[in-house]
Design a protein around this ligand. Structure first.
Ligand SMILES: *[C@@H]1O[C@H](CO)[C@@H](O)[C@H](O)[C@H]1NC(C)=O
Length: 337
């Protein structure tokens, strides 16, 4: 077997199991005070949802505090504390703290409630019992349910620095995808032969059907270029988005981009962002066999039930015509309201 294949397989398996890794700072044995989470160490929700990250005491030491932090390995500096509490009172910290509260469903409940989830809430959270003697903690992973979409600059392939890729995703109602989000998207069918930035500053691309032009005859997997120079190197972006509060609809016509803007405006809406179209396709199974303008000047259409006369590609997906001449009167409009 080719050594590169072994490398790909092993990085793949490492990342899938690390998502469920449960940390126990107390070391070898069982925890004394906190309930270990075989219950559920992973919680998921869509953007806008409310979720609870479980942390249950088995017994209470006489004096203790519970501290909730978000683990951010990329970040240098002080840890990101969200909530501190003792048996009497609790105090929320930071930006996230304003959307957080302790659930307090019963006397032994130290679970954290998080309201109105945002895309950047995804990650690992630590519930730590601090009593000065034997501190204990459990880690809970919060994943946001959503969809990964590749995004390329209007100027062509491989034009984004890392920071430009970040801005491009954000302008399309998304964030840069994490490795685990890309991995999941790959298991759900994402096959893309252009390399893109991920949130951690690495560059990857997902391949389901190996072919010579896309990394050769390796097995299916996530191809990795590893970490790249965030200021100098240029690639496409893998963006991630989740459920939206509004919805996307199609207005048929033969519009220029400017006319498409007006067509949406007349209906009290705006041209949709790429992320909003993907979210509609992913969560609502939106299917429309007509190219339509989006706000970035690209033309796309969402297909949930693949059929011969709609692009002829056997997989579901959002198809793109790229960024056509904006004065061409050929396409309808995808509006968002
Ligand atoms: C989330 O919680 C808020 C505040 O309690 C509530 O108003 C809202 O309806 C909840 N949202 C969902 C999706 O359950």
């Amino acid at each position: 077997m080719n050594p590169a294949v072994i490398f790909l397989l092993s990085t793949t398996c490492f990342s899938c199991s690390s998502a469920l890794y449960v940390h126990n700072r107390a070391g070898s044995g069982r925890l004394k005070y906190l309930l270990e989470p075989p219950v559920y160490a992973e919680v998921s929700g869509r953007r806008g949802d409310n979720v609870t990250l479980p942390c249950i005491l088995r017994s209470k030491p006489s004096h203790y505090k519970v501290k909730w932090t978000k683990l951010e390995p990329e970040r240098v500096g002080p840890e990101n504390v969200i909530m501190m509490s003792n048996s009497h009172a609790s105090k929320a910290y930071g930006e996230l703290g304003r959307r957080a509260a302790l659930r307090k469903a019963h006397a032994m409940d130290a679970s954290l409630w998080l309201g109105r989830l945002r895309l950047d809430d995804a990650g690992t959270y630590r519930c730590q019992l601090v009593n000065g003697i034997e501190d204990e903690s459990v880690d809970i992973t919060l994943s946001i349910e959503g969809v990964v979409f590749p995004y390329q600059s209007k100027a062509g392939r491989y034009k984004f620095t890392f920071h430009e890729a970040e801005a491009a995703c954000s302008a399309q109602d998304g964030t840069l995808a994490s490795y685990s989000q890309l991995f999941r998207a790959w298991t759900e069918g994402l096959d893309w032969c252009n390399a893109g930035w991920l949130l951690d500053g690495t560059v990857h691309y997902p391949i389901l059907q190996p072919r010579p032009v896309c990394g050769g005859d390796l097995l299916p997997g996530i191809r990795s270029y590893g970490p790249k120079d965030k200021d100098r190197d240029r690639f496409d972006a893998f963006c991630f988005t989740s459920q939206t509060s509004g919805s996307v609809f199609y207005v048929s016509g033969a519009f220029s981009l400017e006319q498409a803007v007006q067509a949406c405006r007349h209906r009290g809406a705006e041209l949709a962002l790429v992320g909003q179209l993907y979210a509609a396709w992913y969560f609502q199974k939106y299917d429309q066999c007509d190219g339509g303008w989006l706000r970035d000047g690209s033309v796309r259409f969402p297909i949930s039930s693949p059929r011969e006369r709609c692009g002829g590609i056997p997989e579901a997906g959002v198809r793109s015509f790229g960024f056509p001449d904006r004065t061409q009167h050929l396409y309808g409009a995808y509006c968002y309201r």
